[in-house]
Design a protein around this ligand. Structure first.
Ligand SMILES: [Zn+2]
Ligand SMILES: [Zn+2]
Length: 552
């Protein structure tokens, strides 16, 4: 703050909101300075937002300054698994294995990859002891850190200490080294050191590990992270990142519909089943219970659970067989739902062939099990459906660009029409919306100060797929839109009606109506909307005609 440029702008990526990870926040001076701008990213909670959680530790009882009194402009971003960007940095998130919803962050820019993975426990117990093959969720973790130039990883324990720390949500150094080597990581910063160790002990351990790696001829560089350590990584412009997969947007699934989620549970031990039922029920999740494999299979097919959790054996039947049968089924969401097997011992190889998603190895605490279930539910809570591109996308964009209307100033002749539309249909928002390559841009926006938005969250992007009026009476009841950020967050769209604007035979955008209440349009109203859209089109084409005349 003393020497750098002002105002200070930055992003804070928080893995989870356990106190050892957020206690510094109230004392972080740049948050106090008016003019500074910060964006805070953290995993969304199951029942409250990041903002609410962070505000909790700064209530007056605990701290003299409340979150809302901080001087800087701070935005809060609730994340699940997926991808988002910070400037030209691509940030991917993935759930870690910890008794709180925790995200790892993978940052890629300038051909360099840095991964932060704290707090995290091996999924497989044998891997925690440094033995066994990497498979299942640990393999997924390895893929997440693949090719990192720098991996900053939880390494709280040594394998010899792990026995008494199972389910605490932390890694052993042995596990970190195994994963890093498998994943082709270049250098590892061991961190989240056990508070019972002093610096000298950590130094000695790191030296021993380095010597061991050297003796084995391993290229991996390992060091202990220390407070105040600054690392600079050399840019490799043009170098492709090792991990290239399609990821959904990480900020997407702030779903209001978690309460409609269904978990199918086949757990023999009634005490454990009751405990899991209680935690899920408290989260508002509906739980179906099956006591035998036939019932589990039937419920998986009829009730479309979002998560299936089964004991390895139900009345003598191996649940891996049930899992196979569910996967082979032809109906319902259950076919693709994550299936978690509860067992005294995991059988990763057999699990993979049966398409088991994850193992929950006994014994485990209910908090631990609940977090795992929450992570699976949030991970699978349906994301909104992004509109596909129309078949004539190229020609459509060409027609739009020929109009030369994008990024022009607002004009009264269009504003007049959206004003009339809003009054005529009694809606708070009416837009002349153009669907550009990656965005929708509003030539006229009545009732909102927003002038553009991302195409992937755009209702209009759906409306332009057909040349007829598209009506969404209640977005919350429509699986295409129920999780859409403009439905869940401001402006909380419930009703949408969009009439495509067709230029040279191509749908380039819409005249659309938006309401925050569910409603419908009758046939007369639809015709009126089409009439108004016709007037918008005439104005749009008048501009082009005029410009063409001037060009001539
Ligand atoms: Zn933690
Ligand atoms: Zn921690």
């Amino acid at each position: 703050m003393q020497t750098g440029p002002k105002p200070v702008r930055g992003n804070l990526l928080i893995s989870h909101t356990h106190w050892d990870h957020i206690h510094g926040l109230p004392f972080f001076a740049p948050l106090f300075v008016p003019g500074n701008e910060w964006a805070v990213y953290a995993p969304r909670g199951f029942s409250q937002s990041v903002r609410q959680t962070l505000a909790g530790q700064m209530q007056h009882t605990y701290f003299p300054v409340e979150l809302e009194q901080l001087g800087a402009a701070i935005s809060y971003h609730d994340l699940t698994e997926g991808v988002f960007t910070l400037g030209d940095i691509k940030v991917s998130t993935q759930y870690l294995n910890h008794p709180a919803l925790t995200l790892g962050y993978r940052l890629e820019a300038d051909g360099v990859t840095v991964v932060y993975a704290c707090d995290h426990e091996p999924h497989s117990r044998s891997l925690a002891y440094g033995a066994g093959d990497v498979g299942g969720q640990d393999e997924r973790h390895a893929e997440f850190v693949a090719g990192a130039d720098l991996l900053i990883h939880d390494a709280q324990y040594r394998a010899a200490e792990y026995e008494g720390k199972i389910g605490w949500g932390h890694s052993t150094i042995e596990y970190v080294i195994a994963i890093a080597q498998l994943a082709g990581v270049k250098s590892v910063a061991l961190t989240h050191h056990d508070p019972m160790r002093d610096d000298d002990t950590i130094d000695q351990e790191v030296e021993a590990i380095r010597a061991n790696l050297k003796a084995r001829g391993a290229a991996l560089d390992v060091f202990g992270a220390a407070e105040g350590l600054v690392l600079e990584l050399e840019a490799h412009p043009g170098r492709e990142p090792r991990r290239q997969i399609d990821e959904p947007p990480a900020e997407a699934a702030v779903s209001s519909r978690l309460s409609e989620l269904v978990v199918l549970m086949g757990i023999v031990d009634s005490t454990l089943a009751d405990l899991l039922w209680q935690t899920l029920h408290a989260d508002g999740v509906r739980v179906l219970r099956a006591t035998d494999s036939a019932a589990a299979l039937r419920l998986a097919q009829t009730d479309e659970p979002s998560l299936i959790i089964l004991d390895r054996y139900l009345r003598g039947v191996d649940s891996l067989e049930t899992c196979r049968a569910i996967r082979a089924g032809s109906v319902g969401k259950g076919k693709d739902a994550p299936i978690v097997i509860v067992a005294a011992q995991e059988d990763v190889a057999a699990g993979i062939t049966a398409s088991v998603t994850d193992w929950l190895v006994r014994p485990f605490s209910t908090i631990y099990a609940r977090t795992r279930m929450r992570a699976w539910l949030l991970r699978t809570a349906c994301h909104w459906v992004q509109a596909s591109h129309p078949k004539d996308e190229k020609e459509r964009l060409a027609a739009l660009h020929r109009l030369a209307v994008l990024d022009t100033e607002p004009e009264e002749r269009f504003d007049k029409l959206t004003r009339i539309a809003a009054a005529l249909f009694d809606v708070p928002i009416a837009l002349v919306s153009m669907v550009d390559e990656n965005r929708q841009w509003f030539k006229s926006a009545y009732g909102t100060s927003v002038c553009e938005g991302p195409r992937d969250a755009s209702f209009c992007a759906h409306a332009i797929l057909a040349p007829t009026v598209m009506i969404v009476p209640d977005a919350l009841l429509d699986p295409r839109f129920a999780d859409n950020p403009v439905v869940i967050n401001e402006p909380r769209v419930r009703f949408y009606a969009g009439c495509p604007l067709v230029v040279d035979g191509r749908c380039i955008g819409t005249l659309c109506l938006i309401d925050t209440r569910p409603r419908d349009l009758n046939a007369t109203a639809v015709r009126l909307l089409e009439d108004l859209a016709e007037l918008v089109l005439q104005e749009l084409q008048r501009t082009t005609a005029l410009e063409r005349a001037q060009a001539d």
